[in-house]
Design a protein around this ligand. Structure first.
Ligand SMILES: CC(=O)N[C@H]1[C@@H](OP(=O)(O)OP(=O)(O)OC[C@H]2O[C@@H](n3ccc(=O)[nH]c3=O)[C@H](O)[C@@H]2O)O[C@H](CO)[C@@H](O)[C@@H]1O
Ligand SMILES: C=C(OP(=O)(O)O)C(=O)O
Length: 433
């Protein structure tokens, strides 16, 4: 079984570079299906398992996809098929993001129902409400959602009950090729939405207001492939910022965009962490003592739920009582049990946790219960006494490229091993001695 083994106690120092954002590249690759002419060239693409999965989905749908040297080249000019089977959606929920583009281009999309996952039930009713408002008929049966429209989708006025990132993206993609104007209200304002809109605009789309609460899309008859560079990953950046702070280190997180990270910067500064804006990123200097704070996760520009577990690791070291309230996902505290295995004193009360720091964390064998939990456990391991062994690395590989080598590059004592093989070779060595 593959494991990451961390030995705690080292201060991190140096420079670490951030990759292109997972949550920007997945919708951008899905949107490349909108181009019925010319290829798209997408740069700064991270080599994550989720990227390989979305590329497979596109190939399955009939697009030519090449992924080399952090560049994805998509030719979706041939006729596309319309079905994304469960084998892909099960691996990665973001596969549902092909639905809006397929529906707009083909008049039909059939996508396996995503189902629940570790962090919550994650319905897609707001995506479907948008498609219906644009004239699509939705049928659910045999584990699939099928959306169909007679002729072209029609522009519509859509109000989202919650500023869902995925619903905003799926509806933007569908509306880009619809007839007439679509206005979406109460939309997500995440930087990844802006990145998607910039890409579609480069393809010939007309999208205004991305990054604000209302987006207006003038539908066009066709879109062409375009060249687009993905924004830096603010969650990967944030994770390294916490790594620097939790070890009392001094790290330049190269590529971190301050405007994308303002809530995290504010909260870390409240804890006593020094954060300096430099020309090419953010320098993070950890203090000797961390102060306790309260955090509530919210849609952007509020505090990101994708940084909740990493901040929990940091708050375990704060001197006093802190509270984290999770308002975005109903079940995103699976990592609490794992932190408890490391001696973490954390109480769950409904949608909040109470953390009584500081704690003498102890190394233990723990499992990544989801992607960010995996990163958070490794962060806690950087501070724990002894060895922390983190398993279930498939979650981590969805969102972090070479996480352990990047941490080792700034001074962490960390390695990734296939423990069965290690044990076997030790046994073999013992036998042959
Ligand atoms: C690939 C990607 O970009 N993933 C991100 C995206 O996920 P994702 O796009 O799935 O997240 P959403 O913003 O859609 O979900 C937020 C909340 O809204 C609920 N909801 C959503 C859609 C819907 O139709 N109905 C509904 O009830 C969800 O169950 C959840 O409780 O945004 C999340 C919130 O910032 C991040 O944690 C994920 O990392
Ligand atoms: C929850 C996340 O991603 P996804 O929506 O792809 O599961 C994440 O990036 O933390």
């Amino acid at each position: 079984m593959e494991k990451i083994i961390v030995r705690g106690g080292r201060k991190l120092n140096g420079t670490v570079k951030v990759e292109g954002a997972k949550n920007a590249v997945l919708p951008v690759i899905a949107a490349s299906l909108l181009a019925s002419e010319e290829k798209s060239i997408i740069s700064d693409v991270p080599t994550l398992s989720d990227v390989y999965t979305i590329n497979e989905v596109l190939r399955h749908l009939g697009a030519d996809v090449h992924f080399e040297n952090n560049q994805v080249i998509v030719d979706a000019s041939k006729e596309l098929t319309t079905e994304a089977p469960f084998e892909y959606v099960r691996k990665m929920r973001a596969s549902v993001l092909v639905m809006g583009a397929l529906l707009a281009r083909n008049g039909r999309a059939r996508v396996a129902l995503p189902g629940g996952c570790a962090i919550g039930s994650r319905p897609i009713d707001q995506h479907l409400k948008g498609f219906e408002a644009m004239g699509a008929t939705i049928k659910v049966g045999n584990g699939f959602i099928e959306a169909e429209v007679n002729g072209r989708l029609k522009g519509a006025k859509i109000y989202l009950d919650f500023p869902s990132v995925g619903a905003t993206e799926n509806i933007i993609m569908a509306a880009s090729l619809a007839e007439g104007t679509t206005i979406i209200e109460n939309v997500a304002k995440e930087p990844e939405i802006v990145d998607l809109a910039n890409y579609i605009n480069a393809m010939g789309g007309i999208i205004r207001g991305a990054g604000t609460g209302t987006i207006r899309i003038e539908g066009v008859a066709y879109l062409k492939g375009a060249h687009h560079t993905i924004i830096p990953d603010r969650i990967e950046a944030g994770t390294f910022m916490v790594a620097a702070a939790i070890t009392g280190g001094n790290v330049l997180v190269q590529g971190a965009v301050p405007e994308h990270l303002s809530s995290l910067v504010a909260k870390m500064e409240e804890m006593g962490v020094t954060i300096i804006e430099e020309k090419d990123g953010l320098r993070v200097i950890g203090p000797d003592k961390l102060k306790p704070i309260d955090i509530k996760t919210m849609p952007h520009p509020g505090f990101p739920t994708d940084m909740q577990s990493q901040m929990m690791a940091l708050l375990l070291q704060a001197e006093g009582t802190s509270m984290i309230t999770e308002t975005v996902f109903e079940n995103r505290f699976m990592h609490v049990e794992e932190f408890r295995r490391m001696n973490g004193d954390i109480k769950i009360e409904g949608r909040s946790v109470i953390i009584n720091g500081p704690m003498d964390l102890q190394g233990a064998e723990v499992a990544a219960t989801d992607l960010r939990a995996g990163a958070a456990l490794i962060l806690a391991g950087l501070r724990a006494e002894g060895h922390t062994r983190v398993t279930e690395l498939k979650h981590l590989d969805r969102g972090y490229v070479n996480f352990h080598t990047k941490l080792a590059g700034i001074g962490a004592d960390i390695e990734r091993v296939n423990e069965e093989i290690t044990i076997k070779s030790e046994q073999q060595a013992a036998v042959s001695e």
